[in-house]
Design a protein around this ligand. Sequence first.
Ligand SMILES: *Cc1c(COP(=O)(O)O)cnc(C)c1O
Length: 429
Amino acid sequence: MKNSVSVKMFEEAGKYIPGGVNSPVRAFKSVGLNPVFIKSGQGALIKDVDGNEYIDYVGSWGPLLLGHLHPEVVEAVKECLEVGTSFGAPTERETILAQMIVEAVPSVEMVRLVSSGTEAAMSAARLARAYTGRNKIVKFEGCYHGHADMFLIKAGSGALTHGVPTSPGVPEVTAGNTINAGFNDLAGLERIFSTAGEEIAAVFVEPVPGNMGVVPPKPGFLQGLRELTSRYGSLLIFDEVITGFRLSYGGAQSLFGVRPDLTCMGKIIGGGLPVGAYGGKKEIMSLISPDGPVYQAGTLSGNPLAVSAGIATLKVLGRKDFYVELERKSARLARGLAGAAGEAGREMFFTRVGSMMCGFFTGTEVVDYETACTANTGKYASFFRRMLEQGIYLAPSQFEAAFVAQAHTDEMIDRTVEAAVKSFKALEE
Ligand SMILES: *Cc1c(COP(=O)(O)O)cnc(C)c1O
């Protein structure tokens, strides 16, 4: 595979940008390769600067549920470009997007637009703390809620009620207010609540985690979270930055029938431009400035271009049978990949919820972070490299999802499966 231009560009980027990238996973470190620099995208295809073409299963890490340059999204952005890109004053578009979100997502009565998922999650945490008058937050090991200090915390050994920073620069005192729990482990969470329940402002969860690979919630787990948090007067916060508008038009909460108090969104609602949002019950959201005392602001919040792309995207998603067709294609890919692994005699554990899926290189059933970590990342790297060489662009890490987009055709999916058969067979034992 020709990659000399990418190699040169990465070298150059490294002179001016730490690690040559503006978000770490882009550097391909965990698959031991030089990242490919992308030149363009169209539908489900992307081209790199060396002229290679790939079928894209990253989709900008989730936002591009319609694929690249969907004509209606392009049209909406162009129209907006002609009238101005930012005013720092309200525009009607923001209300339209907010209304679409409120009408789609069952638990959301009001919503505040921000510019990233990170911002949505950190703002929701502040709001939850203000509303409950409590300081501690609970998160699950392996779930990602952006890079705010309070989320860069892992479980301390033996410490039930406080964690330790996963990054230098995060103060110990911040770690003291974050508790890590095991995903899918309700009994463990019960123990945490029986010790610290009265201090817990909120439980953050990705209803279907997509940042440790894809790990489906066990039946009753999300309902259990709802019950436990209600019992202790803590807020339940669904981080639907990936799952929102992906798993159904109403997100994971519609699919699983569980209503959180607050919901974080991002990715898809910006249609490929930077947007985030957090929303929930009116009673809680009314605490936000200028209605209430909880401060949160943003110069580019509700940016007209991004909001236009978001509205155009949601319009397409709202059409009849969008999710039926997406499910059909996703099932086709998942079935094909599992078949390919089986044909090659590979021991794998496959997971899928709707259009997000993952193949773990392990024989262990993956139900949480610990079991996800049994995956053989060396084998994944080798698989990834072989797929890339055949024109299939997967996430450059075992612990990410493969995303199916509307733009993937059956023919592309079948080509992906053929490449997977070859790649699985070629893996050294
Ligand atoms: C991507 C992601 C975030 C962070 O969003 P950014 O826009 O990257 O800041 C938060 N939560 C989840 C579940 C995500 O996948």
